[in-house]
Write a protein that binds this ligand. Sequence first.
Ligand code: LMR
Length: 396
Amino acid sequence: MLSAVPAREVDAIIRLMGAFRDDPRPDKIDLGVGVWRDALGRTPVMRAVRAAERRLVEAQTTKTYTALAGEPAFHAALARLLLGEGHAADRLAAAATPGGTGAVRQILELVRLADPGATVWISDPTWPNHPAILATLGLPTRTYRYLDRASGGLDREGFLADLGRARRGDVVLLHGACHNPSGIDPDPGLWEELAAVLLATGAVPFVDMAYQGFGAGLDADAAGLRLLARRLPEVLVAASCSKNFGLYRERVGLALALCAEAATRGRVAATLAWLNRQNFAFPPDHGARVVTDILADPVLRADWEDELAAMRAGMDANRRAFALALREASRSDRFGHLAAGRGMFALLGLAPAEVEGLRARHAIYMVGDSRVNIAGLTAATIPVVASAVARVAAEG
Ligand code: LMR
C-alpha cells in the first residue's frame, strides 16, 4: 500500500532550511526562513515569555484537556490585540489553532464547508503555503495583481481591478501587515479603496496576520484589518504568535470569523471547534496561555511591547543599512525599492539562477524568488551580502 504513496515535496522555504543545515561551509549566511534574529544571529526567548512561562510552571496544577477551541480568555485577549477595543465580540467566533498555519488551514476548511465552489483570491506573489493548502483542499483559486515587479512597489490599479472582478461569496486572502514575501503593504488610502471594492463585490476578506508589530507598531499594523472589520459584514482572520511573541515552536495561532449577525456566531464557533476535533482534537495550550498572561499583566505586557519595538527597530535599521550597502556595491538604484518595505522580508528582484549563484558560490541562502529575511542580516554580514548580490547581479 505505502508504495503507492505519491511523491510530495515541501515548499521552497522548508527545503532551504534543510539545505542550509546541511551546508558545511562555516561562513554560510541564512536569509531564508522568517525567523527574527538579534545582532549575534540568535533567536532568544523573549523576556516576557520567559517570565510568564516561569509563573505558569509554578502555578499550573493540571495538564488536563482544555476546550476544543482553546481557552475563551485567549480568544478574547488576541481578538482585542487584533481588532482593538470595542470590536463586535457578539459576532466573533474563534478557535485556537496550532500556529498561524493551523489557523489558515481551519479557516479555509470553514470556507469549503460554507461553499466548496468559492474562489479564493491570493496575491501575486504570496507565501508558498497559501496555494499549497488551497490545492490540497481543492478550493478554486485565482491570483490578483499585487507587486509591480518593475518598480518593486504595489500595483494599485492591477490590485483594485482584479479584486473588482471577485464575485459575491469569493474569499480574498490578504496579508494583514508586512506582506510575505515582498514587505510591501497597502497604504491607508488603499485599504479604504479595498474596503469599498469588497463591499461592492460582496467578496469576503480573509486576513492572514502573521507579523503584527513587525511593521509600524501593534495598532498601526492592524489598522487595515480593523477598517475591514468596521466596514464589512464578514471578515475572516488567521493570526500567528510565532513571530511577535517569538513562540515559533509552541504553535500559537487563532482562527477568527466575524459573522454578519450575532445569530450565526454560535454555529460558526461550533464548526470551528468541530474542525479542530477532526484535525487534531485539542489545540496546543502552553504558548496560548503564555500569550494570554502577557497580554493581561500590565508589567509583562509593557516589557513585551518594549522588546517587540526594539526588534522592529533592529529590522528597520538592517533594512536601511542593507539598501545603502546595495546602492554602494551596485553603484545603482536597482535595489532602491527595499527602503519602501516593512517587516522581515524584501524581494531583491534577482533571477533564480542568480539566487542559486549566491548559494553555490557565496554560501548565501535566500528563497528562490530572491526573498531575503532582513532580520537574518547583521552589521558584519550586510556588506558581505551586498557585495555578493551586486557581483552576481552584474554577472547576470
Ligand atoms: C516564512 O515565510 O519564512 C515563515 O512564515 C515561516 C514559514 O512557515 O514559512
